[in-house]
Design a protein around this ligand. Structure first.
Ligand SMILES: CN(C)c1ccccc1CNc1ccc(C(N)=O)cn1
Length: 246
């Protein structure tokens, strides 16, 4: 997958391109990142990339011309007709299904805004989709773009070992994850749940599903609202509630 990133701060993206699972995916060519900086398209002495807002008010906006040229160059740098995504607090909230959808594309342009954002007419003419990573304001779209790159990259085949992608299942089918344990068997007087030491894989599967269902009910009941639960899941959740007295 090819991702072209339009940003004034390309160096920030080493956080995903040079570390961990995403860094390895880049090294292996499973995802290719290239950067286009609007500042490259400035012609004035001060290389101006911001501009004043009509109607006054605090702050500046990204100057249209350099940004428009950068988005065009980003599209031209990729195969086919790439989707252009703009990271902004006004976007549709990112969720698992959106990351799966975007990971199926051959190429993608991500536009990271700075200042107070971008002229609405440029969004209308050059952006296909606005995406928000949550209801909070950041100083730029670079961190949201990296969040999106990380989430998309994990969905690409071969990036996570099969054993890891199996762990993703609970998020994939809309549940919070179950609790996890590793050595020592007793940590500050707290023991590992017996079932996890039993070697009974079917019992462990059921226990993990029960915990995922129970935690989702307790912490994110909204995720369960629209969920069709299998008979097994209904039974396990009832057991959980009984055991926890809820
Ligand atoms: C400067 N701001 C407010 C701004 C305004 C408009 C667009 C981009 C930005 C850049 N900042 C962002 C970007 C995304 C998110 C998010 N929730 O995905 C939060 N902040």
């Amino acid at each position: 997958m090819q991702i072209a990133i339009v940003s004034l701060f390309p160096e920030m993206f080493s956080a995903v391109s040079e570390h961990g699972v995403t860094g390895r995916a880049v090294d292996q060519g499973k995802v290719a990142l290239n950067h286009i900086n609007p500042r490259s398209f400035t012609t004035d002495r001060h290389r101006t990339v911001d501009d004043r807002p009509y109607g006054g008010g605090p702050g500046m906006l990204m100057k249209i011309d350099p940004l428009q040229q950068a988005i065009s160059a980003a599209r031209a740098s990729l195969n086919g007709e790439p989707k252009v995504v703009y990271l902004s607090p006004q976007g549709r909230q990112l969720d698992h299904s959106k990351t799966v959808e975007l990971s199926a594309l051959d190429s993608l342009v991500l536009v990271a805004g700075r200042y107070e954002g971008v002229d609405e007419r440029l969004i209308q003419s050059a952006v296909d989709e606005e995406i928000s990573i949550g209801d909070y304001v950041l100083s730029g779209g670079e961190l949201p773009a990296m969040v999106l790159i990380d989430a998309i990259t994990r969905q690409l085949p071969g990036v996570l070992g099969h054993e890891l992608s199996a762990q993703e299942d609970s998020y994939a089918d809309g549940l919070l994850d179950c609790p996890h344990y590793t050595r020592p068997e007793v940590f500050e007087g707290r023991e590992v749940p017996e079932v996890l030491l039993s070697g009974d894989h079917e019992k462990i599967r059921r226990w993990r599903l029960k915990q995922a269902l129970g935690r989702t009910l307790e912490r994110r009941p909204d995720l369960l609202k629209d969920r069709v639960m299998s008979p097994e899941e209904q039974e396990l959740l009832a057991q959980y509630c009984q055991e926890q007295g809820i």
